[in-house]
Design a protein. Structure first.
Length: 363
């Protein structure tokens, strides 16, 4: 029995000794196999890139494009920072709540803004208000004022021509070439639905054409005291159309004195006949349909260089307020910022601040 147990013990040692190297070998094989598997996609990708000469160039083009976009964003940030006032641009302030900072001001996500009491001119809230930025389709408020100042027949029929098509950004339009509409309907679509072809047709059919129209826009800007505002077209597709939040408060205030601009810019939807078919156009600002808002003037804007923009004249605290929000990021940020401003103004503490007119007029 002792001999048998000894033999069994020796066999166990032999077996364990043979298993350990086998496990080590298996582990080494698995590690080797893993490295081989990991290497295959890289080799496959390299082979595919070698098989397609354009792949490397395409990737380089994309990298250059991304770098260009980053450079453009850095330039815009530089412009904003250059105009930021230390009295207005707040340093890191801990949030007291989801919408209010420690100073009791709303946490807005627009890069530049100004909220002012239209009746008194007093500024209630501002940030980077002197930064000169592209304003996109906010331009169309000036387009409308120039058209109405010219006292051209609103009943005259205008036709969308090939010259009215956007070749700068290739933006889409619901108004096909050849569409015939009255100047009044062109103006309505340009304001409520931000139709670029309608705005282009209005300028093209101005006495002297587009060059004379743009000159009239800039003359109007000067007459309104808009020191940082320049226009290059009637649509806002050109990023050379620039202004500041401070200037836009004045421009919106001026636009509010035109009954048709008030009506057309706040129309929720409108149906027109396009080549025999009925087409409904909707306002680009969803707030005009909200029962919680009483809006007198509204205009949205967007191009890549400007970000999302929104300007409004709205009645809050039974007063006409001008709200200018520039370069908001995200699809709904400008509307959310407007809602934050409304809730902030309607809070009890702010009502006292508004009554005190602490900041003085926007000059």
């Amino acid at each position: 029995m002792k001999i048998r147990n000894t033999v069994i013990a020796l066999l166990g040692v032999v077996v364990l000794g043979s298993v350990a190297p086998a496990d080590a070998l298996a582990a080494a094989q698995r590690q080797s196999s893993k490295k081989t598997v990991e290497a295959k996609p890289a080799a496959k990708l390299a082979a595919k890139s070698a098989a397609k000469p354009g792949t490397r160039a395409g990737a380089a083009d994309r990298i250059v494009a991304r770098a260009g976009k980053s450079a453009s964003q850095r330039e815009k940030n530089r412009r904003i920072a250059a105009y930021a006032s230390p009295l207005v641009q707040r340093t890191a302030v801990a949030a007291v709540g989801p919408e209010i900072d420690q100073e009791g001001n709303p946490l807005l996500h627009s890069a530049a803004f100004m909220i002012a009491d239209q009746a008194t001119g007093n500024v209630l809230l501002e940030k980077n208000s002197d930064a000169v930025l592209p304003i996109a389709s906010i331009t169309k408020l000036m387009t409308a004022m120039v058209v109405l100042d010219a006292r051209l027949s609103l009943g005259e029929s205008l036709v969308i021509a090939g010259e009215d098509v956007d070749t700068l950004r290739n933006s889409s339009s619901h108004v096909p070439v050849g569409t015939e509409l009255s100047r009044e309907d062109m103006l309505r679509l340009a304001l409520m639905s931000s139709e670029n072809r309608a705005a282009a047709a209005l300028a093209r059919n101005y006495p002297g054409g587009l060059p004379a129209f743009v000159m009239a826009m800039n003359r109007k800007a000067i007459s309104l005291g808009l020191r940082e505002t320049r226009f290059s077209d009637s649509t806002g597709l050109n990023s050379a159309n620039v202004s500041s939040a401070r200037d836009l408060v004045k421009m919106v205030s001026a636009a509010s004195r035109y009954p048709l601009i008030r009506e057309f810019s706040t129309t929720a939807n409108y149906v027109v006949s396009l080549n025999g078919r009925q087409r409904q156009f909707n306002n680009t600002n969803a707030l005009v349909s909200s029962p919680d808002w009483q809006i007198g003037v509204s205009k949205t804007g967007f191009i890549n260089e400007s970000g999302k923009c929104l300007v409004m004249q709205a009645w809050l605290l039974n007063k006409p307020m001008i709200i200018v929000l520039l370069d908001s990021f995200g699809r709904f940020t400008r509307v959310a910022d407007a809602q934050r401003v409304k809730r902030w103004l309607e809070s009890a503490a702010v009502q006292q601040k508004v009554a005190a007119n602490l900041r003085g007029p926007a000059t």
